[in-house]
Design a binder for this molecule. Structure first.
Ligand code: TYD
Length: 142
C-alpha cells in the first residue's frame, strides 16, 4: 500500500468505495472532485499476455493524468528527473497522479491486469516527451 509520494508532480488519489461483498465493490471517481481536473479523455489497457511488457517510457509537457489499476497488478516507476519511486499498483480505489514532466514507466503486469487512465486533455502527440535525455533537459535547469 502506498502512503507517501516522493517525486514531484504526483500525488495519491483515493476514490470513495463501497465494499458490498459478496455483491461486489463499487468505486467512484468524480471530475473536479476526487479527480483534481476536468476529465476530457479516458483510456484503458487490457490483455496483457506477456509479463515482460513495458509501457509508458515518456512524460508530458502539459497533460495531467490519474492512473488506476482496476484489476490485477503492475509496477509503476516514477521519475521527476531527480527523485525516483516505484509503486506497486494493486488497489482499484487508489490512483496515482501523473502530472506534467513526470517520466513514467509501467512493468510487471499480472496477466489479468486492467489499467484505467483519466486524462485532462485530448490525445496530442506534440505533448509527449519520448526521449529521456530531452526530458532531463526540461527538468534539470542550472
Ligand atoms: P502511448 O501513450 O505511448 O501508450 P503507453 O504510454 O500506454 O505505453 O500510446 C500508444 C499509441 O497509442 C501511440 O501511438 C499513440 C496512441 N494513442 C492515441 O492515439 N490516443 C490516446 O489517447 C493514447 C493514450 C494513445
Amino acid at each position: 500500500m502506498i502512503n507517501q509520494i516522493k517525486v514531484n508532480n504526483s500525488g495519491i488519489v483515493n476514490l470513495q468505495h463501497y465494499d458490498d461483498s459478496p455483491d461486489g465493490v463499487l468505486v467512484i471517481g468524480e471530475s473536479l472532485r476526487s479527480v483534481p481536473f476536468e476529465i476530457k479523455r479516458i483510456y484503458y489497457i487490457t490483455n496483457f499476455g506477456d509479463s515482460v511488457a513495458i509501457r509508458g517510457k515518456h512524460a508530458h509537457k502539459e497533460l495531467e493524468q490519474i492512473i488506476f489499476c482496476i484489476h490485477g497488478s503492475f509496477l509503476l516507476h516514477l521519475d521527476d528527473g531527480i527523485n525516483k519511486q516505484d509503486i506497486i499498483m494493486d488497489d482499484p480505489s487508489v490512483g496515482i497522479k501523473l502530472g506534467n514532466f513526470l517520466w513514467h514507466t509501467m512493468t510487471k503486469f499480472s496477466i489479468d491486469c486492467v489499467i484505467l487512465v483519466v486524462a485532462s486533455d485530448y490525445y496530442s502527440e506534440s505533448d509527449y516527451i519520448r526521449d529521456y535525455k530531452e526530458f532531463l533537459k526540461y527538468v534539470i535547469r542550472d
